[in-house]
Design a binder for this molecule. Structure first.
Ligand code: NAD
Length: 336
């Protein structure tokens, strides 16, 4: 059996995706550079869990390292590559731009090259709702014109989509981009608002509420993301009979290139998220109200009709249920 490559396997989403494939008995090679963007102990704890599976192999490598990445593809054949490694975070990208071009642009190009030369059948990669910028038209669809990113993180994610389109059009590489909308759940990222709020509330410290709590996010529970990834991974983009790499592509419909939103289709105000969290923790938050930050957007809201049409699935976990599961994990993992 040929393995699936999951990049970013020590990360939040990569860990869950790898586990899902492992639970189904598939071989998984997980790759990560274990960077210190956040607590390395959390990444190690996720990896330790994955290492319990006999069908898991871990490769520590940096995708920005061209030789290391091409060696990986020379030594193994991967029918499916699920590329989740990236430098994440909107605000951090304003202070650390080079970390983003390194991992998200150079790293992504190395993945594309590896897939092309090794004859990978399908490259699935993480894009982000941030590519929509401050688009006023809601809900956001993958057919909207999104050329106005408001953070460098978003710009690198949009560049991934452009690079993927080029490889699909010129080389026939089957690529699918998934625009994830604010994912949350157990084994969460410590830089995300829900995690920061939980830690602060339990410690009796104030929480920073940006945009006076008025912003809305389409919070999407991790199990829904994993289900979407799993289904889309098995849904190969087919080229249109008119696709011809020697002719200009009039849109995105001819090359074997697809894009989908994966979001809950139900935006929640930040103040509502805080209420739900307070209920789950049985403790009130001390709120420090602050203005909107550069790079932030007032709202995210996913249209998922294309996803539903392609793979008969819509994310559906209500915020109350998802936050409760996150809090249960948090208390158990940190013993608080
Ligand atoms: P994460 O930071 O937890 O995981 C990313 C992993 O990639 C980390 O373990 C990191 O060490 C690894 N990595 C980074 N650069 C690397 C490199 N050059 N080589 C090898 N490994 C590298 O983030 P996450 O929340 O799991 O996000 C996974 C993907 O989904 C990312 O592409 C992210 O941009 C995207 N995304 C996430 C969200 C969300 O809400 N979590 C929303 C939209 C998009």
């Amino acid at each position: 059996m040929k393995p699936i490559l999951v990049t970013g396997a020590a990360g939040f989403i990569g860990y869950h995706v790898a586990r899902r494939y492992l639970d189904e008995g598939l071989e998984v090679v997980g790759l990560d550079n274990l960077n210190d963007y956040y607590d390395p102990a959390l990444k190690q704890a996720r990896l330790d869990r994955l290492a319990d599976y006999g069908n898991f192999t871990f490769v520590k490598a940096d995708l920005a390292d061209r030789e290391a990445t091409s060696r990986l593809f020379e030594t193994r054949r991967f029918p499916l590559v699920v590329h989740l490694a990236a430098q994440a975070g909107v605000r951090y990208s304003l202070q650390n731009p080079h970390a983003y071009t390194r991992s998200n642009v150079d790293g992504f190009l190395n993945i594309l090259e590896g897939c092309r030369h090794a004859g990978c059948e399908h490259l699935l990669y993480a894009s982000s709702s941030s590519v929509y910028g401050a688009l006023a038209k809601i809900p956001f669809t993958v057919h909207d014109n999104v050329d106005h990113p408001v953070s460098l993180y978003a710009a690198t994610k949009k560049s991934n989509e452009l690079f993927a389109h080029t490889y699909s059009h010129v080389y026939g590489l089957r690529t699918t981009g998934l625009r994830f909308f604010t994912v949350y759940g157990p084994w969460y990222r410590p830089d995300m608002a829900l995690f920061l709020f939980t830690r602060a509330i339990l410690a009796g410290e104030p929480i920073k509420v940006f945009n006076n709590g008025e912003m809305q996010r389409d919070f999407t529970y991790i199990d829904d993301i994993v289900e979407g990834v799993k289904r889309i991974g098995a849904h190969l983009p087919q080229p249109n009979p008119l696709w011809d790499p020697r002719q200009p592509d009039p849109g995105t419909s001819r090359a074997p290139y697809r894009l989908y939103n994966i979001g809950n289709n139900q935006p929640v105000q930040l103040m509502r998220l805080i209420e739900v969290l307070e209920d789950c923790l049985g403790k009130k938050a001390v709120k420090e109200m602050l203005p909107m930050q550069p790079g932030d957007v007032p709202m995210t809201y996913a249209d998922v009709d294309d996803l539903a049409q392609a793979v008969d699935f819509r994310p559906h976990t209500p915020i109350e249920e998802g936050v409760e599961k996150f809090v249960r994990w948090y208390r158990d993992f940190y013993r608080v």
